[in-house]
Design a protein around this ligand. Structure first.
Ligand SMILES: NC(=O)NCCC[C@H](N)C(=O)O
Length: 407
């Protein structure tokens, strides 16, 4: 598969996901906040909801499209004893507060599948030694981001997610899927952080990066410089509130079509001077202060943009639906988006902008045995049920890490 993402909305061809497993059942209510969950979630229903979401993807994706499960990819790379040993060494070194060295010998002896389960669940059979589970593995989006034919390796801002990020790093380094891009992977170091939910690819030339609770200023600048050296012309830095409810740019802003986005008004349209355009000037990087995200996108692309309101016109609905990931839509093709059905006002807003609302069953029935035609089948907003998933504080975009899109 050709690793390439040239837009947020091109026809989806390859995507990495993780259907929630036992790790979510290991979240103890006393530490749920530390694990970045707002509630405990019921594993069985969460898994069914996730699998239902994947059925929508399969119906929409071309015949040669592929959905990759991150646990399977990890198991594949862990077939190599050297890779397993390196991963264990990296965990010990990079997560000193976890004291993993105590069980180094046991970890080395684990077969690949069990090592993957250790990463997700944090426990070893017959051992008292316990790490916290990694329930956020579900949100594969944040672990890395493909922009053009570059892959950005995230660096977690929160300890609770550090193990997942190391797993993705190993997958990118050793899984054949990433063979063409691994050598020029973009990384950050030291105390810099960047998470994939803050990276939105507008085109081959333009990438948006949120400066958020999770992506630091220096992480953003470090990645921007490398992207600009890899052929991107503009990195647009978007300063967003540093808070739990909108921890990444994609919790308040996503693309539905080439020039149509869903935005949470209080943090996007109603903000001014929160955007900086970064571009190359000779060997250095120059920056230009911009008035708003809409104006910047219009200037850089030469197209007019429509921002559809997450939650519609009513203030309370805007806040409620942003909290339940109304703005976190995931595009399967230009103008074909998927999101949680509970965000009814956001779906109404999409309908008022010409989208046809289909629920998951209607969409699957129509497209299961028929190819989605990106020229004809446009402006479809698909809803699915995600009442359990939503408690993890992420939506459809957060649960997907696309690696290949057509266009
Ligand atoms: N891109 C995203 O916004 N991802 C959602 C991450 C939710 C997860 N519970 C976290 O706080 O990291």
């Amino acid at each position: 598969m050709n690793i390439n993402i040239s837009s947020e909305i091109g026809v989806l061809k390859g995507v990495i996901v993780h259907s929630p497993g036992r790790e979510v059942s290991l979240v103890n209510p006393n530490i749920k906040e530390d694990l970045l969950f707002d509630d405990i979630i019921f594993e069985n229903d969460a898994r069914f909801e996730h699998i239902d979401m994947l059925k929508i993807f399969s119906a929409a994706m071309p015949d040669d499209g592929e959905i990759f499960e991150i646990m399977d990819m990890a198991e594949e790379v862990f077939q190599s004893e050297d890779v397993r040993a390196e991963f264990i060494e990296v965990m010990i070194k990079e997560l000193p507060f976890e004291n993993i060295h105590i069980i180094e010998k046991e970890l080395i002896r684990l077969e690949p599948k069990k090592l993957v389960r250790f990463v997700a669940e944090g426990t070893l059979e017959d051992q008292i030694f316990n790490l916290h589970p990694a329930p956020n593995l579900l949100f594969t989006r944040d672990l890395a981001a493909v922009a053009g034919d570059s892959v950005i390796l995230s660096r977690a801002a929160k300890e609770a997610r550090a193990r997942e990020f190391l797993l993705m790093r190993t997958i990118v380094h050793y899984h054949p899927l990433f063979d063409s891009v691994k050598k020029k992977a973009i990384t950050v170091g030291g105390h810099q952080t960047i998470e994939g939910g803050d990276v939105l690819v507008v085109s081959d030339d333009i990438v948006l990066i949120g400066m958020s609770e999770r992506t630091s200023f220096s992480g953003l600048m470090g990645v921007a410089e490398q992207l600009l050296n890899h052929g991107v012309e503009h990195v647009v830095a978007v300063d967003i509130p540093k808070q739990r409810s909108s921890m990444h740019l994609d919790t308040i802003f996503t693309f539905a079509d080439e020039n149509e986005c869903v935005a949470f008004p209080p943090s996007i349209e109603e903000k001014e001077n929160n955007v900086v355009d970064l571009f190359k000037n000779g060997e250095g990087v120059q920056c230009r202060q911009c008035k708003s995200l809409k104006q910047t996108l219009e200037e850089l692309t030469g197209k007019e943009f429509t921002f559809i309101k997450c939650g519609g016109e009513n203030r309370i609905d805007q806040f409620r639906e942003q909290w339940t990931d109304g703005a976190n839509l995931f595009a399967l093709a230009p103008g074909v988006v998927v999101g949680y059905g509970r965000n009814t006002k956001t779906f109404e807003a999409l309908v008022s902008h010409g989208y046809k609302h289909m629920n998951q069953y209607e969409f699957i029935e129509e497209f299961e045995n028929k190819d989605l035609d990106p020229q004809k089948d446009r402006k479809i907003a698909i809803s699915f049920e995600g009442h359990e998933l939503c408690r993890g504080r992420g939506g459809a975009r957060c649960m997907t890490m696309p690696v290949s899109r057509i266009g």
